[in-house]
Design a protein around this ligand. Structure first.
Ligand SMILES: [Zn+2]
Length: 75
């Protein structure tokens, strides 16, 4: 089973969520806008390896975003 990408979540001042995904191969961080993400669609890192968020990982990311927004009392 392929390891899920590690990621952090950034919210900008408009509460748009950006996923900062660390590449397994080189550790380079790729920034992806959550609303533009499609499950299992591959993004290419600068080192040539691909980064893909599984539907489960995407769901987990959305839950984290919602939790952060709830903490800020935003909807
Ligand atoms: Zn890479």
């Amino acid at each position: 089973m392929k390891q899920q990408p590690r990621f952090d979540i950034d919210l900008d001042k408009h509460y748009n969520a950006t996923l900062v995904v660390a590449c397994d191969e080189c550790g380079h961080e790729t920034r992806l806008h959550l609303k533009n993400l499609t499950p299992d669609r591959a993004h290419r890192c600068q080192c040539g390896s691909t980064i893909a968020m599984s539907p489960g990982a995407l769901l987990q990311a959305e839950r984290q975003v919602n939790a952060i927004k709830a903490a800020y009392r935003v909807r």
